[in-house]
Design a protein around this ligand. Structure first.
Ligand code: FAD
Ligand code: NAI
Length: 467
């Protein structure tokens, strides 16, 4: 083995990598973190993912509300205008603030930063390539946290201008008149919402019969209706076959259940998923095995098939979510330090940040059925929730699944304003193995949106008060 300069080298500074590096430093490990994107501390999440998308979602939501929501509160606005450049500048400033923050946390925790593309060089060594220069560092352990990149459709390759990934769709400097979105997953629905709120005609093309396919079907049906009311058009069970680009305009040839059709648009956002980023890491030579989907195989300690090499986050299996990557990063280094740690994958919340937001934790009804679990369902609509009425946010509902015999909560699904915030109650309930009755008996402040959770929990036992 080469001389270990470090206890741990983390490759990738996304939410998985940077959180792991900080936790490792807290545990007394001499830690380095390598990031290939210049000043890209924070990875996909902070630079081109969670944060910039939410910044645009929040700006575009305010604009939409000013147009469609203020009047019912008695607020008159006159002619509204918006400035895309100012919105993008605000988004960029938020990203800059947070990425600088990660850099500051590295300094505070004495984590050595390396800028360049890392590759495994065997025996605990890592080579960092920067143009022609190659620097070599080494450690007792290496943690791969190299994340993921957008999937390209072979028949619709990215050109960075007209057929784009989420990265470019976060930076359109004018509102496209007609935007086609391929894929009705989280990215398609979120960025489709942003540009639709700002005035684009958005058509979402999805090859499955339902949107957000990993979420509870009953909930996604409700969300789809609300998005349609907001002006998004959905073409379900439809595939984009090819694109013909002439003078910056695109004609998509689509295969629909009714046969072939054409769709004219100005930009195409391809959002059909992301794939693990493993290129150039030299994994094969290092003995790091991948599964059939190209994700790094790890055991319950996040150890790969190569000794001393670990992996976490989007580059391994499971949901591609920032908070899942963070938890894995923390658990992996805690186990390296000899602590007991684990990630409870049954209690990882997921959110689609449309308006209203769709949030869930635990099982969907479809999963409960597949597993043959006997369950009870409690639902409560926000139209019967006082705070939702005051906010003029009475669309949506809470749905809770509980085991029919033990009453243990199996899943919680929320379609509402700020569902992303209030799903935390569900995650804690799942973590503590709460029963629906536990949730129902917990005192909820009045008037608040989470009172709908208490009522849905009461509804599991067929005794909601307000409906
Ligand atoms: P990443 O964040 O992808 O970071 C990996 C880092 O490794 C990158 O910075 C990359 O440059 C670097 N790297 C790769 N290879 C090398 C190498 N050889 N050498 C050095 N560095 C390397 N998730 C949520 O939970 N909530 C959201 O709201 C959300 N919104 C999203 C919105 C968009 C538009 C996108 C694209 C994603 C979103 N995600 C969201 C997903 C989330 O961004 C990812 O799940 C998360 O970033 C994964 O973290 P990670 O640390 O595994 O990898
Ligand atoms: P996704 O996997 O969430 O959704 C992709 C969608 O595209 C699916 O509905 C799929 O059926 C459809 N699809 C696939 N191929 C297609 C084709 N050829 N034609 C038409 N439809 C097709 O992927 P997405 O939205 O690109 O997001 C990537 C990852 O980023 C996801 O894993 C997601 O978890 C994460 N993310 C999370 C967010 C959040 O937590 N709010 C926000 C954005 C991304």
């Amino acid at each position: 083995m080469s001389d270990p300069t470090f206890d741990l080298i983390v490759i990738g500074s996304g939410p998985g990598g940077y959180v792991a590096a900080i936790r490792a430093a807290q545990l007394g490990m001499k830690t380095a973190c390598v990031e290939k994107v210049k000043e890209g501390w924070g990875g996909t999440c902070l630079n081109v993912g969670c944060i910039p998308s939410k910044a645009l979602l929040d700006s575009s939501h305010l604009y939409y509300e000013a147009q469609h929501g203020f009047a019912t509160h008695g607020i008159k606005t006159g002619k509204l205008q918006f400035d895309v450049a100012a919105m993008l500048e605000r988004k960029n400033a938020i990203v800059k603030g947070l990425t600088t923050g990660v850099s500051g946390l590295f300094k505070k925790n004495k984590i050595e930063k390396y800028q360049g593309t890392a590759r495994l060089a065997g025996g605990g060594a890592v080579e960092i390539v920067n143009g022609d220069s190659v620097e070599r560092i080494a450690a007792k352990r290496i943690l791969l946290a190299s994340g993921s990149v957008p999937i390209e459709l072979p028949n619709l390759p990215f050109d960075g201008e007209t057929i784009v990934s989420s990265t470019e769709a976060l930076c359109f400097n004018t509102v496209p008149k007609r935007l086609a979105v391929i894929g009705a997953g989280a990215i398609g629905l979120e960025l489709g919402s942003v540009w639709s709120r700002l005035g684009a005609e958005v058509t979402v093309i999805e090859f499955l019969p339902h949107i957000a396919p990993t979420m509870d079907r009953g909930m996604t049906r409700e969300l789809k209706k609300l998005l349609e009311k907001q002006g998004l058009t959905f073409m379900m069970e439809t595939k984009a076959k090819s694109a013909d680009i002439k003078k910056g305009k695109v004609t998509l040839t689509l295969e629909t259940p009714q046969g072939e059709s054409a769709l004219e648009c100005d930009k195409v956002l391809v959002a059909v998923g992301r794939k693990p980023c493993t290129e150039g890491l030299n994994l094969d030579a290092a003995g790091v095995k991948l599964n059939e989907r190209g994700r790094i195989i790890v055991n319950e300690k996040f150890e790969t098939s190569a000794q001393g090499v670990y992996a976490i986050g989007d580059v391994i299996g499971g949901a591609m979510l920032a908070h899942k990557a963070e938890e894995e990063g923390t658990a992996a280094v805690e186990m390296m330090a000899g602590h007991a740690a684990h990630v409870n994958y049954d209690a990882v919340p997921a959110v689609v940040y449309t308006h209203p937001e769709l949030a869930s934790v635990g099982m969907s009804e479809e999963t409960a059925k597949e597993k043959g679990i006997d369950y009870r369902v409690g639902k409560f609509p926000f139209k019967a929730n006082g705070r939702a009425r005051c906010m003029d946010e009475d669309a949506g509902l809470v749905k809770i699944l509980a085991d029919a015999k033990t009453d243990r909560m199996l899943g919680m699904h929320i379609l509402s304003a700020r569902a992303s915030d209030i799903i935390a109650e569900g995650a804690i309930a799942m973590e503590f193995h709460a029963s629906a009755e536990d949730v129902a008996r917990s005192v909820h402040a009045h008037p608040t949106l989470p009172e709908a959770i208490k009522e849905a929990a009461l509804a599991v036992d067929k005794r909601p008060i307000h409906i």
